[in-house]
Design a protein around this ligand. Sequence first.
Ligand code: PAF
Length: 281
Amino acid sequence: MMPPPILRTLPDLRALTRGWHRQGETVGVVPTMGALHEGHLSLVEAAKERCDRVIVTIFVNPKQFNSTDDLAVYPRNEADDAAKLARLSIDTLYAPSPDQIYPEGFATTVSVNGLTAVMEGAHRPGHFDGVATVCTKLFTQTAATDAFFGEKDFQQLQVVRRLARDLDLPVAIHGCPTIRDIDGLALSSRNLLLSGRARTIAPCLYEELEGIVAALTAGQPFDELRRAAIARLERAGFTGVDYLDLRAADDLAELDTPARPARLFAAVQLAGVRLIDNIPA
Ligand code: PAF
């Protein structure tokens, strides 16, 4: 199994993809910030099924971190990532140096209104401007026909869909199911930051989400379910619940019953690590 060729510059990437586009091949991109896990690899599998060529990008995007401490501890291990990708034989790994994404004097921000005002957008000011800007750059740099994102970051997926539609970017956005550990914890690069004890507490979040959805289906009122779940999460050892919201799946409007296609979203703090999750409701 050969590790994928790693490209660091936009001219090298363009030289590679030009021929693919000339031959009318479809090109799938899986944008990541590295520290790859089975969730990322499932996106790569989805891209391989649908596209002639597959590019994985690794770029820890400083513009989407609203805290320098968070950026400093974000896990990075490119050699491990390349070894994991070797098993999947992708066409290339694009790991650009920062100046390839944000050259000297870079002055443009892509900002999506509405969808970004709530949840992650409300708790992490500037986060979605960073995500929208880097995704726009990665779509135009790779000229991908298709891009693959996990439903674990469901709000991000909707923001990226919106920006691709609004800016007429010729890329189809595909959402792929969340991959979970055997105990239900949604896979995330941030799970690597959990201490042993925190890791044993973390799956309670998914249990609570599942319990709420079952109770909603049985007709119980959401505000009572939310209050009780937050109290249980705090007793279990979570140090804070940033939000636990029932929202419409399309426009993320807040709901008190799942009267239209809905999802239940949560963000919690656990021993200094912020975890997010969501499930259909
Ligand atoms: O989900 C992520 O890892 C990042 O937000 C993304 C989409 C790669 C943009 O930096």
